[in-house]
Design a protein around this ligand. Structure first.
Ligand code: ZN
Length: 430
């Protein structure tokens, strides 16, 4: 499970509309063309809310910010400049000089369809995603403007720590007023997308390869931090071989009921329910599955969710096998079970790939891996294809077909054989 796909719309709305594409024409203009975004986050424990203030320096560079409020109910909105809330949108035109600000309150008790939470602000701690508290935004700048962003926290009394998947700007000692740098993504008005945990929390932090992995959970929750770090240490060399480029920091957070009983990944962080085993009885691993989402960032185009899910599931088994965590005969049995589980699946091109569809998709990648090894005389495997897909924004079955040809100079027989499972992917939905 992942929520990159739930972000498809959000990404669309966060793309910047600029008036002109031309770069600044002198060095002087360059320094004047940077505006700084600061997200200031406070908490109102009494009513499970988060208080957000967005400050923007050099606001003359911004024409307008158009927030999509379809999934975000903002209360007590105040702002400098002009703003209007209408038709589930908040359109803000910051003042022409100085530092602009917008503040609001947002209640956070997100319940998914099955009643489980995926965000909470409680008495002693809070767990949510930055994208829960800042709506998707379509932004308009003057030509050449660019931004630097950070998020800072003001924790209530008694809360002593906060953690995110972004690099920390303040020292580990300044716990209640910590600041984090929001690393630039594809847009110029960066939103703080990713998991945030604050309050009475326990964290273990370790450098694994070149990646700082933080494992945080509320104190008292039975989150097996050492089990996770140990498994990650064990599998990491294989992660490195497969994906080569790994992030500098990943935050792993967890909580028990009533939180969502599974895993949910964001670009720099992931959530895991405390009751999820490191490796399930069927031989797959939710922890590794979610890590693969975080590390590869691969997302499917519409009706191609099966590619991201199938690859994550494939690697959750394969990385364990390559690291020596499961035997060859166990691997065969895992594949046989995936086959049995997915025997009634008739197509892969559904909107959201889960359970049996993901199992079927994983089998496609096992078959493709075998074929790549065989046609290349053992010089290549699925990792070569995965690394190519990582370079693309959102992938489709056609990208897999083309990449196979690019890598091997041959057409894939496996692709041809499996095509019927996703043949309608470009036009149909289910
Ligand atoms: Zn997934």
């Amino acid at each position: 499970m992942k929520f990159f796909l739930h972000l498809v719309l959000l990404v669309f709305f966060s793309q910047s509309a600029v008036f002109a594409q031309s770069p600044p024409d002198s060095g002087n203009v360059k320094s004047k063309s940077i505006f700084k975004i600061t997200y200031d986050v406070g908490f109102s424990v009494a009513d499970s809310s988060v208080l957000v203030k967005i400050f923007i320096s050099n606001s003359a560079l911004i024409r307008s910010l158009d927030f999509n409020l379809r999934d975000h109910k903002l209360e007590k909105i105040k702002a400098s400049g002009e703003w209007v809330e209408k038709d589930q949108r908040l359109v803000w035109t910051p003042p022409e000089t100085g530092t602009a600000w917008l503040k609001y309150k947002i209640k956070l008790v997100n319940q998914r369809e099955n009643g489980a939470y995926d965000a909470k602000v409680g008495e002693d701690w809070a767990l949510f995603r930055g994208d829960d508290i800042v709506p998707p935004v379509k932004s308009r700048f003057t030509a050449g403007a660019t931004s630097k962003s950070k998020i800072r926290f003001n924790l209530p009394k008694g809360w002593h720590s906060v953690n995110t998947g972004w690099p920390r700007l303040t020292s580990e000692k300044s716990k209640r007023n910590a600041e984090f740098k929001i690393v630039k993504r594809e847009t110029r008005f960066d939103r703080p997308v990713g998991w945030i945990i604050a309050g009475d929390i326990g964290t273990r932090r370790e450098l694994i390869g070149d990646t700082w992995v933080s494992v945080s959970a509320p104190v008292g929750e039975d989150f097996r931090r050492m089990d996770m770090l140990t498994l990650l240490h064990f599998v990491w060399p294989e992660m490195q071989k497969s994906f080569r480029k790994l992030p500098s920091k990943v935050l792993l957070v967890g909580a028990g009921n009533p939180f969502w009983r599974g895993g949910l990944s964001a670009p720099n962080s992931l959530f895991l329910h405390t009751e999820r085993p490191m490796v399930s009885e069927n031989g797959t691993s939710t922890l590794l599955h979610e890590f693969v989402h975080v590390i590869t960032g691969i997302r499917g185009q519409k009706s191609h969710d099966w590619i991201a899910e199938g690859l994550a599931e494939f690697y959750s088994v394969e990385l364990l096998y390559r690291a020596g965590g499961i035997s060859e005969s166990r691997r065969k049995r895992v594949l046989a079970e995936l086959d049995e589980w997915s025997e009634n699946v008739t197509r892969l091109d559904v909107d959201y790939s889960t359970g049996p569809v993901t199992a079927k998709a994983a089998l496609f990648f096992f078959a493709l891996d075998d074929e790549l090894k065989s046609v290349s005389g053992g010089k290549m495997n699925i990792d070569d294809l995965t690394r190519q897909l990582r370079n693309q924004d959102k992938v489709s079955a056609e990208d897999i077909r083309k990449t196979f040809v690019l890598l091997t100079g041959k057409k894939s027989a496996v692709y041809r054989k499996w095509r019927k499972w996703f043949a309608g992917a470009s036009s149909s939905k289910e």
